[in-house]
Ligand binder design. Structure first.
Ligand code: HEC
Ligand code: HEC
Ligand code: HEC
Ligand code: HEC
Ligand code: HEC
Length: 211
């Protein structure tokens, strides 16, 4: 039987807590306190996701960068390299650097607390950011690209082979298997073995995500 005692006892709680309206909001795109653009910083400047989201391949949570990672390039008042020093859009960044108060970024994705997700577990098994977050390198303002619902998670967990990629391509938004002279089918089959991916019974067990 799938789940066992733990999940069975958990089920009523989940049913009461469930149907959170936020979770299937494809396109949810809150306004941010700074007009920070991934299209500029990733798409044009070519920065890697991990240079800002530094914990994404080490921990469950993908860190939102502290102001310090902005002031490396946008330092306040002559304290270092200051790209677009007089930009009004950068005033909140300079203010945050001076006061030490973090920038109040608005969360885009907000999965319910009763489901467990882990970035490192995915990124280190060859699931790319683009698979779950879409073409972030083209977004001036980040929006939610996928439902992030249980059905969506499980569809991949039944057969991840269609989504596996080489580990050095996980942050590459434009990569296709054809770039490496292969097809997703052939590559997926190879990587399922190489990464030692668990079978579908394990991957769809309730207690994997509801702990
Ligand atoms: C220069 C630093 C920087 C780089 C590089 C960067 N990000 Fe971000 N990212 C941010 C900041 C700041 C935020 C919070 C503001 C926002 O949502 O735009 C953010 C937010 C996000 C969010 C939304 C988080 C939430 O609230 O749910 C996602 C998803 C994301 N980034 C993915 C990526 C991906 C994928 C890449 C690489 C293709 C990337 N980021 C590269 C700085 C960066
Ligand atoms: C590696 C250097 C670098 C880092 C780090 C960096 N930026 Fe930038 N940023 C740039 C450059 C270069 C531009 C100008 C791009 C252009 O318009 O040609 C820019 C432009 C901007 C603009 C647009 C300003 C305007 O008036 O058009 C904003 C806002 C901004 N960055 C915010 C941020 C924030 C917030 C962070 C930290 C999460 C950050 N940047 C990190 C290099 C950087
Ligand atoms: C298998 C799908 C998946 C992959 C792959 C993935 N993410 Fe996420 N990401 C999520 C989910 C789900 C959330 C919401 C988590 C929550 O609310 O607890 C999220 C949230 C985030 C956030 C907000 C902070 C947080 O951890 O909640 C950032 C930033 C982010 N992702 C960046 C990235 C980057 C960068 C990559 C690639 C290196 C990446 N993600 C790969 C599914 C994924
Ligand atoms: C595109 C494919 C894909 C999607 C979408 C996806 N996953 Fe996964 N997930 C994987 C793969 C691959 C693994 C690694 C399996 C392994 O290590 O054998 C994994 C592993 C996990 C693990 C086990 C982590 C550990 O090591 O304990 C959890 C928990 C998990 N996923 C939760 C989720 C949740 C929750 C969602 C939806 C919000 C989700 N996943 C969406 C492919 C996916
Ligand atoms: C791969 C991860 C994963 C697995 C496996 C999984 N769930 Fe879920 N479950 C989720 C996510 C993600 C949500 C939605 C969280 C949210 O609303 O943000 C969810 C939501 C729920 C809800 C709330 C109602 C709803 O549909 O939103 C119930 C009840 C539930 N799960 C029960 C189960 C049961 C029973 C099993 C085993 C048969 C199971 N789950 C297996 C990830 C998973």
């Amino acid at each position: 039987m799938i789940g066992g005692i733990g999940a069975a006892a958990y089920l009523p709680v989940l049913l009461v807590l469930g149907f959170s309206p936020r979770t299937t909001d494809i396109g949810y795109q809150p306004r941010q306190p700074v007009e920070f653009s991934h299209a500029v910083h990733v798409g044009q400047l070519g920065m890697d996701c991990r240079s800002c989201h530094t914990t994404v391949d080490k921990a469950a949570f993908a860190a939102i960068p502290p102001t310090q990672s902005c002031t490396n390039c946008h330092a306040p008042g002559g304290e270092g390299p200051s790209i677009l020093a007089d930009s009004r859009e950068l005033e909140p960044v300079h203010e945050s650097a001076s006061t030490g108060e973090p920038i109040d970024w608005v969360k885009v994705h907000d999965m319910a607390g009763f489901a467990y997700f882990d970035h490192a577990a995915h990124v280190n098994k060859g699931i790319g950011c683009v698979t779950c977050h879409g073409r972030v390198d083209r977004m001036d303002v980040v929006y939610q690209a996928e439902t992030m619902s249980m059905a969506w998670c499980i569809e991949c967990h039944r057969d991840p082979s269609q989504h596996l990629r080489p580990l050095d391509r996980v942050t590459d938004m434009a990569w296709t298997p054809e770039d490496d002279g292969t097809t997703q089918e052939a590559l997926g089959r190879k990587l399922m073995e190489q990464y030692n991916i668990q079978d579908s019974q394990y991957m769809t067990n309730c207690s994997l995500c509801h702990r």
